[in-house]
Design a protein around this ligand. Sequence first.
Ligand SMILES: Cc1cc2nc3c(=O)[nH]c(=O)nc-3n(C[C@H](O)[C@H](O)[C@H](O)COP(=O)(O)OP(=O)(O)OC[C@H]3O[C@@H](n4cnc5c(N)ncnc54)[C@H](O)[C@@H]3O)c2cc1C
Length: 478
Amino acid sequence: MNPTQAAIERAVSLPPEKIHRLKGYGLRTSADGYLFRPTSVDEIRKVLEIARKSGRQVVLRGAGRSYGDANVGSECVIVDINRMNRVLSWDPQTGLIDCEAGVTIEGLWRTGLEDGYWPPVVSGTMYPTLGGALGMNIHGKNSFKVGTIGDQVVELEVLFPTGELKVLAKDDPLFYEVISSAGLLGIITRAKIQMKRIHSGNLKVLAVSCANWDEQIEIFNQYEHNSDYMVSWIDCFGKGKQNGRGQIHVGWYLDESAKYPPSLLAYNQDLPDSIMGVFPKSSVWMILKKFNNRPGMHFINYAKHQAGKMLGNGKEIEQSLVAFSFLLDYVPNWRNAYLPGGFIQYQSFVPREHAKDVFTQEIAMQQEAKLESFLGVFKLHKPDNFLFSHAVNGYSFALDFKVTDKNWPRIEKLCHRMNDVVLQAGGRFYFAKDSTLRPSDVRAYLGADTLERYRKLKAQYDPDGILTTDLARRLELV
Ligand SMILES: Cc1cc2nc3c(=O)[nH]c(=O)nc-3n(C[C@H](O)[C@H](O)[C@H](O)COP(=O)(O)OP(=O)(O)OC[C@H]3O[C@@H](n4cnc5c(N)ncnc54)[C@H](O)[C@@H]3O)c2cc1C
């Protein structure tokens, strides 16, 4: 094609009205790209062809729930798979569900619940697509027990940029390489998943208040082999002996198989429109915004810890699976409370033996920099065999940092200092939550062998380097 023909081709297939500004979930990162929303594998092929002819790279995007720059790409063609959202088959006898990659976690639970099935792994929000969830290989509050979502997949269909459409099962090494590869090796178009049998739409949930990391870890140890879910909230303002204070929630499936419990009906799970029947949820983020500063969050974390210690400690309640699993979905648009600068999430994964020491240091470093995370979340994991695995036999600690133009250089510096401590302890990171890793950090935790394996796969399945993201560019993965 001569240059004039190429220019005409580009103007026809990439008209300006296709240009959209897309953001990472934390609202800090954005990029302009040409947005396409295909409805079938054939349409994805056509979009890849358009990208090729116009000399553009391609970014895969699900529901845009990754916090940083993993789902955006400047000047790229964006393949948004949300419209490929059909459940292709559902078997209530076996709990096997076969879905297009745009089906969301919400779509999974709404399909299975009535027949007594729940998605085996869910994130803290129900909106991610299966494509995005498998691209990152998400974990849930049961990570210590069942591992990541990739472990629950029975079959995967992937379209590679070479045009090859492959169906992968667990006996194929490529299965473990495409899942977790952050949209850089192939386009997941369909997945078959084994859902989890349940006999109630409610959980029994126990709240335990902890004064520090020692108590946190003791409770996790106590319930590790005797619970279905565990997650802990950490107050990052707790100092000295109170470093690591917070509240753990331990959850168990209920067995109400003697009757058909109403909690298995989806509309009994739906989250309420208002909080305490008074505040419309749609306006809650505006109230939150008023407190979304260091003194406000210091106070809220302190009050939450005290309330947990005095009122909630040792209490058991019944809670719906939706309310327990998707707490953050209670407040629509809560991220707007972080505007105008947005926020980043920083999540590190540290082997058991070093977790207390590393996370104590992370909190002390935040306090020293006067940049305490407004929310800290602590979970237990088990390792897996996926290519860009974030999992460890140990714990993760997720932190939300409010970003402003002024504090950004200090936040970056803080995260880099924390990275060094995590790496020294043999820890890992998670691309879905990243905004501050450096290429050298990635080389250190993934290791030369994994990166070499990735580069060979990239050369074989995406030889022209079509698939990219701003995260991949930043971390020198493309
Ligand atoms: C409130 C909240 C709570 C969260 N809680 C958790 C949690 O508990 N555990 C956890 O693990 N994560 C959690 N996350 C992160 C989230 O689950 C992941 O970022 C997930 O990948 C988002 O899916 P998505 O559909 O939005 O994908 P996107 O963010 O749009 O994309 C994710 C990645 O997958 C790639 N991709 C997208 N579609 C495809 C495809 N079809 N084929 C191949 N690659 C593709 C993209 O290029 C990108 O690299 C949370 C996020 C939020 C906002």
